[in-house]
Design a protein around this ligand. Structure first.
Ligand code: BG6
Ligand code: MG
Length: 223
C-alpha cells in the first residue's frame, strides 16, 4: 500500500510544453553543420540529458569526440542554445500542452504540492513565458543540481524542497533518462510518449491529452 500522496513533480520539456521539439530542431541543425545528421530515434537518447552531455553524445555518434577543444565544445553548445532561444522566443500560455492545465488544477484542488524538475538552464524563461512560474511550489533546474538525469538527484531535491517524502511523490516525464531519475528517487513514474522508450515507467500515456488524474492516483495507490 502506497503512502498518502503528497506531491506531483513534473519535467518541463516535452511534458508541459513542446519545447522538446525545439531542442531536437536546434541539435539537428548543429549536427548537420558538423556533418553528423541524426534521427528522431537517436534524439530519444538526448531527451532529459544536459546540454553538454547531449553535445558529447552527438560528437560520439559522429566519431568526432576528439576533434574539438573544450573551448570549441563550449561554443558549439552556445550556438545550439542561441538557436534554441530563438525558437522559444514566442512561447505563450497557449503552448501549454493539452491535458496539462486540467491536471495541474486537479492536483491543486486536492491540496497536493507541485514541483518542477528540469535540467534545462532555460527552465525559468520557459515557465515564465507559459505563465506557470508561480503555479509551482518549487522549480529545480540545472543551477540547483550537480548531476543531471538519469541521476535521481533532481527529483530527490525537488521532494526535499517541497518538504515531502520521495515515496509519496509522482514524477511525470517524457524521457527515458527522466524515468530512470524518478525510479532512482523511489517515486512512482508516469511516462508520456512511446511505451518502447519509456518501458520503466509505472504508467504510460501516449500523449498529455490522455493524462487522467483519477487513473494516475488509482495506479499509484495500487503500487
Ligand atoms: O540546454 P538547456 O536549455 O539547458 O537544456 C538542457 C536539457 O534540458 C532537458 O529538459 C531537455 O530534455 C534536453 O533536451 C536538454 O538538452
Ligand atoms: Mg523532457
Amino acid at each position: 500500500m502506497s503512502k498518502p500522496l503528497q506531491a506531483f513533480i513534473f519535467d518541463l520539456d516535452g511534458v508541459i510544453t513542446e519545447s522538446a521539439e525545439y531542442h531536437y530542431l536546434a541539435w539537428k541543425a548543429l549536427g548537420e553543420d558538423l556533418n553528423i545528421p541524426f534521427t528522431r530515434e537517436f534524439n530519444e537518447e538526448l531527451k532529459g540529458v544536459s546540454r553538454m552531455d547531449s553535445l558529447e553524445k552527438i560528437l560520439v555518434l559522429g566519431g568526432r569526440q576528439n576533434d574539438f577543444t573544450q573551448e570549441q565544445k563550449n561554443s558549439l553548445a552556445e550556438k545550439k542554445n542561441d538557436h534554441y532561444c530563438t525558437l522559444i522566443q514566442n512561447i505563450t500560455p497557449a503552448d501549454i500542452l493539452p491535458g496539462i492545465e486540467p491536471l495541474l488544477a486537479e492536483i491543486r484542488a486536492q491540496g497536493l504540492k507541485l514541483g518542477l524538475a528540469s535540467v534545462s538552464k532555460n527552465a525559468f524563461t520557459v515557465m515564465t513565458s507559459l505563465g506557470l512560474k508561480d503555479e509551482f511550489d518549487v522549480i529545480v533546474d540545472a543551477a540547483t543540481i550537480a548531476k543531471g538525469k538519469p541521476d535521481p538527484e533532481i527529483f530527490l531535491t525537488a521532494a526535499r524542497l517541497l518538504g515531502v517524502e520521495a515515496s509519496a511523490c509522482i514524477g511525470v516525464e517524457d524521457a527515458a533518462a527522466g524515468v530512470d531519475s524518478i525510479k532512482g528517487a523511489g517515486m512512482f513514474a508516469v511516462g508520456v510518449g512511446s511505451a518502447e522508450s519509456l518501458a520503466k515507467a509505472d504508467l504510460i500515456y501516449p500523449n498529455t491529452s490522455l493524462l487522467s488524474y483519477a487513473e494516475i492516483v488509482e495506479k499509484y495507490q495500487q503500487a
